[in-house]
Design a protein around this ligand. Structure first.
Ligand SMILES: [Zn+2]
Length: 286
């Protein structure tokens, strides 16, 4: 005999085993018997956020839509869910919590756009998407930066890092080298390699590759030390190599690598091409 009964929040079907029910909200112990019931329960909220976006766009007179391939949209959505650059929290008048996830991606060379998701969170993970959209206009994006920031750093926040001043001549040189390396890579890139549109998803491996590379190659080009760091990494369980080509700059008391160009690849031939110069460091893997 059960002391209590538990029912589906939506259809009121009796739930025999609470462990098999679906819960989508950390702040609301409401069980559902199926995904279908979760969808039905939140239908009016989903419709609300859709209407809200339309009204917001009308108020701001901002109607530009981001046009990207469906597959890429799907992977940007997944990436934003998994590792958003910003997380904002908001509370409705009843005390229920809503989460806003934002991540920025490159768009039509030189510009960027924000991927924005409104969701519920359970066990510290997004559990149900109420709405998602994409936009470039700051007024539009800021609407979704709600009352409480949970994650995301702004350059103005906190103490200012001591910045190294890089001479303009070096910046110009880096710009030229970037175009050269980019052209070399495109020329040799195989069609079955990771698509260029997906590169932004791999940018998070840049720092990791510099901090903890498997291999480092160095060569001297026009009196400059060009350093190539390589790391084997995994994204969604698929292995790849991440390359960061940088210029080594000697400061008074230390050396820094200014990244020139970085890319992911699965092509051993492309790796061989970019493993230029002398191998100066190799991590032995157990
Ligand atoms: Zn149900």
């Amino acid at each position: 005999m059960n002391r209590y009964i538990v029912e589906c929040t939506h259809c009121k079907t009796k739930i025999e085993d609470v462990n098999k029910s679906i819960i989508v909200d950390d702040h609301r112990p409401a069980p559902y018997c199926s995904e279908k019931c979760v969808d039905s329960f939140y239908q009016s909220e989903i419709a609300h956020f859709l209407t809200q976006e339309k009204e917001l766009r009308r108020d701001l007179q901002y109607f530009d839509k981001i046009i990207i391939d469906d597959q890429i949209k799907e992977s940007y959505l997944k990436e934003t869910l998994k590792d958003p650059q910003e997380i904002w929290q908001d509370t409705n008048p009843l005390g229920e919590k809503y989460y806003y996830l934002l991540s920025q991606f490159p768009y039509e060379d030189q510009t960027t756009f924000h991927f924005i998701i409104i969701c519920k969170v359970f066990n510290s993970k997004p559990s149900f998407i109420l709405h998602f959209t994409m936009g470039q206009d700051n007024r539009f994006i800021n609407f979704y930066r709600t009352s409480k920031k949970i994650k995301g750093d702004e350059p103005k926040d906190g103490f200012e890092k001591e910045q190294m001043v890089i001479p303009q001549a070096i910046l110009n040189e880096i710009q030229v080298l970037r175009s050269e390396y980019f052209a070399q890579m495109l020329e040799r890139r195989q069609s079955e390699d990771i698509r260029y549109e997906y590169f932004p998803l791999y940018e998070k491996f840049l720092q990791e590759t510099l901090d903890n590379p498997d291999e480092i190659y160095e060569q001297v080009e026009n009196d400059k030390i060009i350093s190539t760091s390589v790391k084997t990494a995994y994204l969604n369980e698929s292995p790849f190599f991440y390359y960061v080509i940088g210029m080594k700059i000697k400061e008074v008391d230390n050396e820094v690598i200014l990244p020139i160009f970085s890319f992911p690849t699965t092509d051993i031939e492309l790796c061989k091409y970019f493993n230029k110069g002398q191998l100066i460091q190799k991590q032995v893997k157990s």
